[in-house]
Design a protein around this ligand. Structure first.
Ligand code: UFG
Length: 334
């Protein structure tokens, strides 16, 4: 089974590509390298796993020609779609970039699938489609009222996927991630964003003794210690859910959507404390004001993914911090 992984040169896409090949799927990567990395593609292509690495196409979802070529060259049977811009703050400043690349790009991808008779897609969606939580833990019935263009772009894609199923029988699984953390336990790939905006890599980058303080955004939230609470799901557990989602579609499963999280939350202060304990370092800290748009608490209800996909997150936050730290130390130059 040949799987096209769009955004396979990025953080989550690369971990899922590894998990697919580990499970015996053959993988082709499609990425424009605007935020992904050639080094990541080289690592994937050099891995000796049960599934083959079919090849890499540097291409853009906004080009139908690029997409056509990928479907033809690699004889694709199913798609995992990660290629997207994903920074909330940037999406507020430059919404067009998000609607054009994320929404239009996905429309092209779906039309490419139609043209080449590909009927199965696993899509990287987000908790940001829910917006400000009305209750926690958030289950899949929670209203979807995104509060930024990033979340809106992902919700539009979910709606389009419903319509493409109705009209063309193109089945999808949409996985709504909460906060993804950690790196490959074999150290092959990891989180590599420029600029880095996420909590755990930013804390860990401040351990290197170059004077860079970690900025803690907001200590006056209505939570147990005043800092925001998030549900951190390990990236290898997340990748496992993607493989299960693809198998679900292969077995005739209907279009559906699932939260991916752990049912429990950690505060920014707790994560910071765990990072100090695991690294054995006193990490320079600066307490700052709130970052605009951060909800106080985001925790997933993951019952549906457990029941339908048989998925169970196995790794604890400490495991994510440990693998992320290993990755950061090995790749300081990033
Ligand atoms: N934080 C800091 N300092 C930092 C970075 C983050 O204090 O340097 C805090 C944030 O204010 C927030 C928490 O750590 O309270 C987590 O922030 P992240 O940026 O790591 O993650 P978010 O919860 O903001 O974002 C995640 C995904 C987004 C998705 C969003 C859904 O990364 O893609 O959840 O709400 F849109």
């Amino acid at each position: 089974m040949n799987v096209l992984v769009t955004g396979g040169a990025g953080y989550i896409g690369s971990h899922c590509a590894l998990a697919l090949m580990q499970s015996g799927y053959d993988v082709a990567v499609f990425d424009n390298l605007s935020t992904g990395h050639q080094e990541t593609v080289d690592t994937l292509s050099g891995c000796n796993l049960p599934g083959r690495f079919l090849g890499f196409q540097k291409g853009d979802l906004l080009s139908m020609e690029d997409l056509d070529r990928a479907f033809k060259t690699f004889q694709i049977d199913a798609v995992m779609h990660f290629a997207a811009f994903s920074q909330v703050a940037e999406s507020m400043k430059d919404p067009g970039k998000y609607y054009r690349n994320n929404v239009l790009g996905t429309l092209n991808l779906l039309d490419g699938m139609r043209a080449h008779g590909v009927k199965k897609i696993v899509f990287s969606s987000t908790a940001a489609t829910y917006g400000e939580p009305e209750y926690t833990p958030i289950d899949e019935n929670h209203p979807q009222n995104p509060i930024n263009p990033y979340g809106s772009s992902k919700l539009m894609i979910e709606r389009i996927m419903d319509d493409y199923d109705m009209a063309y029988g193109l089945r999808s699984v949409r996985l709504r991630y909460f906060n993804v953390a950690g790196a490959d336990s074999g150290g092959r790939v990891g989180e590599w964003h420029e600029p880095e905006t996420h909590l755990i890599p930013n804390i860990l980058k401040s351990t290197f003794g170059d004077g860079k303080e970690f900025s803690m955004f907001g200590t006056d939230y209505p939570t147990r210690d005043g800092t925001c609470i998030r549900d951190y799901v390990n990236v290898e557990d997340l990748a496992d859910a993607h493989v299960r989602a693809l198998k679900y579609l292969e077995n005739g499963g209907e279009t559906d959507f699932f939260n991916l999280g752990t049912n429990s939350g950690s505060s920014v202060k707790e994560v910071f404390g765990s990072c100090e304990r695991i690294t054995g370092k006193a990490i320079p800290l600066r307490v700052c004001g709130r970052r605009p748009g951060d909800p106080a608490v985001l925790i997933a209800d993951n019952k549906k993914a457990k029941e339908t996909l048989g998925w169970q997150p196995e790794r604890a936050l400490d495991d994510s911090i440990r693998t992320a730290y290993g990755w950061e130390k090995a790749n300081k130059q990033h």
